[in-house]
Design a protein around this ligand. Structure first.
Ligand SMILES: C[S@@+](CC[C@H](N)C(=O)[O-])C[C@H]1O[C@@H](n2cnc3c(N)ncnc32)[C@H](O)[C@@H]1O
Length: 310
């Protein structure tokens, strides 16, 4: 191996989760907006909680605790709220919310993991000029890449076969294993929510990206920025017996509606009209095609609630 370069997965792991890693030294909300930053998302999850009545809601990859904080006033006091997060507990988190560094062995209730799978580091591979798939190595300080040894894995052959020189992939087996492990702990409902692709629409050159402070940056695993890649959601779903649902469909089934309030309301109750407009704007953001509405929900329902079925 060329000195100074390491396999992508190792560099990615260090960049995000070492002591000085990106998610240890800053909160996701300082850098990007996700569904949990939209109040209406918590409203939809609260509706799910009302329907399936779980004793506990666990937010895996809880960031700054935004989802649980928004849920707290919307669900019954009997529901235990637990954030699972490698970063420290936020100083201002309500004492009614528990905070754990790793998933408990058993989760009885509802597990939500929003934009967690995309932050699980993967091997990254590329097809060389001779058509051989090779592991990609990277210099963590610059992001400069080097082709490494030939790479073969059952996952790649099954889920993301490549033959054309220059094609790249992020190998999803570590994510599949992580999701299967999380789901195996749950008695109730487990939902991972993420941007992703399926066999028919894999990105030919992969989807490795970096973001910080709201902007896309060069991909460099140096801890100063996020490193992420879209999730092969079909393989992760298969690994954990999950059903795939687009976010726009899941949220509509939970009653989210992006339509504007009737104009007459502006005259009869202007305050309600303004509230209705704001709610419609939030719903539209969560349901949008080409945006958050395209996200995938990976749903495993071990108790057969069926509440997210069409
Ligand atoms: C992209 S952020 C999403 C945060 C939040 N769920 C949201 O939607 O805004 C991913 C979060 O998952 C956390 N994380 C990653 N792997 C984890 C693990 N194994 N256990 C707990 N937290 C983890 C990271 O520290 C980070 O805060």
């Amino acid at each position: 191996m060329t000195s100074g370069v390491v396999p992508w997965r190792e560099a990615w792991q260090q960049a995000l989760y070492a002591d000085n890693g990106f998610f240890r030294t800053s909160r996701p909300a300082e850098h990007f907006r996700t569904s949990v930053h939209v109040q209406a998302f918590a409203g939809a999850i609260a509706e799910l909680v009302r329907r399936i009545d779980p004793p506990m809601v666990v937010d895996l990859g809880a960031g700054g605790g935004e989802l649980l904080t928004a849920l707290l006033p919307l669900v019954s006091d009997d529901v235990e709220l637990v954030g699972v997060e490698v970063a420290d507990c936020p100083d201002d988190l309500s004492p009614s919310i528990s905070w754990l560094p790793s998933l408990p062995e058993h989760v009885g209730g509802l597990l939500i993991a929003n934009e967690w799978l995309d932050t699980i580091p993967c091997d990254v591979v590329e097809v060389d000029d001779a058509g051989v798939v090779r592991e990609l190595l990277v210099d963590p300080s610059t992001g400069a890449e080097t082709l490494g040894d030939p790479y073969d894995s059952a996952w790649l052959r099954d889920w993301w076969p490549m033959t054309e020189p220059g094609q790249r992939a992020e190998v999803g087996d570590a994510r599949d294993a992580a999701w299967a492990d999380a789901v195996s702990r749950v008695r109730g409902m487990a939902i991972a929510i993420d941007y992703g692709h399926t066999r028919g629409d894999r990105p030919p050159f992969g989807s490795l990206r970096s973001y910080a402070e709201g902007r896309e940056l060069d991909v460099v695993p140096d801890g100063s920025r996020d490193v992420t890649a879209h999730v092969a959601v079909d393989s992760a779903a298969a690994a954990a017996g999950s059903t795939l649902v687009r976010q726009r469909d899941a949220l509509r089934r939970l009653g989210l509606d992006g339509s504007r309030p009737p104009l007459e309301l502006a005259h009869s109750d202007p305050a309600a009209y303004v509230r209705g407009l704001s709610a419609a704007g939030e719903a539209a953001e969560l349901l949008a095609r080409g945006g958050l509405g395209d996200f995938w929900w990976l749903v495993t329902d071990t108790l057969g609630h069926g509440t997210l079925n069409p």
